[in-house]
Design a binder for this molecule. Structure first.
Ligand SMILES: [Zn+2]
Length: 281
């Protein structure tokens, strides 16, 4: 089993959220966590009194480069569900990610509307200069038509289905499920629960091995790569070091798609008659 690390970019700057519900939600959650004693005041202050930048992409890129981890970032060009940054402002950040050697895909808002998804792709091309091959929807939104719509929009792979399962070819697009995500594994931000997060992580790894899936997809939001979210960051660093110690190979989605296509090609050859097989080998 190989590891695919990915990052959904949900936030860029604090002023992007002046007209949505993100700040009130953050304040409510943080106050509740202080009252329950889940987080310290210093951590709460770091969350609530922030500089203008909410993303932690340069620091995360440095960390990934240092640890030689291949990674794919999904960046949004549409707006919705508190993903509120301007795609034009995402341009320089996308350049930094690409220059650091990482791959980029679309963090899509549209999931069943071909016109809206095509518009998001067009904006991605405007800032990146190339078409995105991969997509993951914001909040993993998904319905019966999602893969068909994605395929029609030119995508080669999607990673929006949350489960431990094998990749599947649907409408000529590889669905590579995501099996491990920070917000589902690190549920409460206290030291005691980092142990619980590690336990959940080992359970997912175990079921991934039992299901014999070829790739384990992990998602870690760059937003959490900060001292304002010490346990999320600690979990991610622990996970990377654990996987490196166990000698797992880290690959990108593009590598995975190339492997899947090569395997499918070999299977097709195997199904052919021996005479024709000889002629093309
Ligand atoms: Zn998202």
């Amino acid at each position: 089993m190989r590891i695919i690390v990915s990052h959904d970019i949900d936030h860029l700057f604090w002023h992007d959220h002046l007209f949505d519900t993100w700040w009130p939600g953050l304040y409510l959650r943080t106050i509740r966590q202080i009252v329950r004693g889940d987080i310290k005041y210093t951590v709460a202050l770091r969350r609530l009194v922030t500089g203008k930048t909410l993303h932690n992409i340069p620091a995360l890129c440095d960390y990934l480069v240092e640890n030689e981890i291949k990674s794919t970032f999904f960046i949004g060009t549409g707006k919705g569900l508190n993903l509120s940054y301007s795609y034009k402002k995402a341009g320089p950040i996308l350049d930094l990610i690409i220059k650091s050697g990482f791959e980029v895909g679309l963090h899509a808002i549209a999931y069943n509307d071909i016109n809206r998804l095509t518009e998001e792709v067009k904006r991605f091309v405007e800032i990146a200069g190339f078409e995105p091959e991969g997509v993951r929807t914001h909040y993993l939104r998904f319905d019966q038509s999602t893969h068909e719509v994605m395929s029609q929009s030119g995508f080669k792979f999607d990673s929006s289905e949350y489960k431990v399962d094998h990749p599947q070819l649907r409408h000529n697009l590889w669905s590579v499920p995501i099996s491990m995500m920070d917000v589902r594994v690190v549920q409460v931000n206290d030291e005691k629960n980092l142990q619980a997060a590690k336990k959940r992580t080992f359970e997912i790894l175990k079921s991934a091995h039992e299901a014999e899936i070829p790739f384990l997809v992990i998602n870690f939001h760059d937003y959490f790569f900060s001292s304002a979210y010490p346990w999320h960051m600690a979990w991610f660093k622990w996970l990377i070091s654990e996987l490196k110690t166990e000698k797992y190979e880290f690959i990108s989605f593009k590598d995975a798609v190339a492997i899947l296509n090569a395997e499918m090609h070999m299977e097709k050859i195997d199904e052919m008659s021996p005479v024709y097989k000889d002629s093309i080998q």
